[in-house]
Design a protein around this ligand. Sequence first.
Ligand code: KG4
Ligand code: ZN
Length: 358
Amino acid sequence: MLVLGIETSCDETAAALVTDGREIRANVVLSQLDEHAPYGGIVPEIAARSHIEHLDGVIGRAMSEAGAEFADLDGVAATAGPGLIGAVMVGLMTGKAVATVQDVPLAAVNHLEGHALSARLSDADLCFPYLLLLVSGGHCQFLTVDGVARYRRLGTTIDDAAGEAFDKAAKLLGLGYPGGPAIERAAEDGDGARFDLPRPLKGRKGCDFSFSGLKTALLHKVRAFEDGLDDATRADFAASFQQAVADVVVERGLNAIRQFMVAHPGGCSLVVAGGVAANSLLRQRLKTLAAENGLTLVAPPLALCTDNAAMIAWAGIERLGLGLRDGLDAAPRARWPLDGSAPPPPGAGRPGKLGPKA
Ligand code: KG4
Ligand code: ZN
């Protein structure tokens, strides 16, 4: 089965061709970073217009890199949300058009399901169920993945996502956007023990996250340098911040593993996915955490961690393989949780009501 994947939920225009034999025949990602840079963040209208302008060309490039014709397609998978609604619409409409013209089935894919299943594209041995840490610019959650379309959320962030925290911290330190890679680079020369930053929710029950207090603490410490930061201090801040995020994820992760093992005593894998999974300190720390608890860490290669269309094509292959097809009435969605039945995180928007200390 050869499937065209299309991803336009945020600021990457991406197309990929993937087979059900896990061969990635093309994986083209066009970043819009330069178009948004003058505004200091992503402008939804610019994103949508840029997708319209570039998507056809990106799909054409993927086709020619794969040496494929539209007539060779057995299916089309397009991100249908969550994301910037105008941006999602461009990719989903294009996917519907290609599927209709070629008369092949359509999968309207949840972008988060793309991340959640991406490790099964790179690792043929990864079986359900597994514990998933989904860490991206918009999400920071632990979920059990019981199967395709079967997710149970164990914990989530009550404020910022991890990637968002990296991006805000980088902005504060004058390191630019996207913040994660910039912080990781700067941290290479830094001393992660120099600045004492908080580890929010440490010692609390459950595996929810909070990052806003960490960001605020960083802000106060940076402001204390009234004459600005020199490169060495900036590197120490980056390293201290990265260290704090990794500590938080590992501390929360231990609780998540315990919850997972109770529900799935035979489970053997911890999977990390999403853009922040590209962070090498985080990968290293999670690998140790998994090993200490009898699990194996499975992390997709970097190109499948940050937003891409190969993971969307793969999620489509998994869904279509189970007979899960979508019609032309599939709607683009700005919000679309993987576990629709999960309650709001405890204390969300209500500081001080975070439940008892464990
Ligand atoms: O999954 P993704 O590409 O887009 C979303 O769906 O959000 O994730 C983007 C996020 C950004 O916040 C970016 O700063 C972060 O992933 N990121 C990283 C690294 N590379 C990307 N964070 C930490 N370390 C990295 N190496
Ligand atoms: Zn993403």
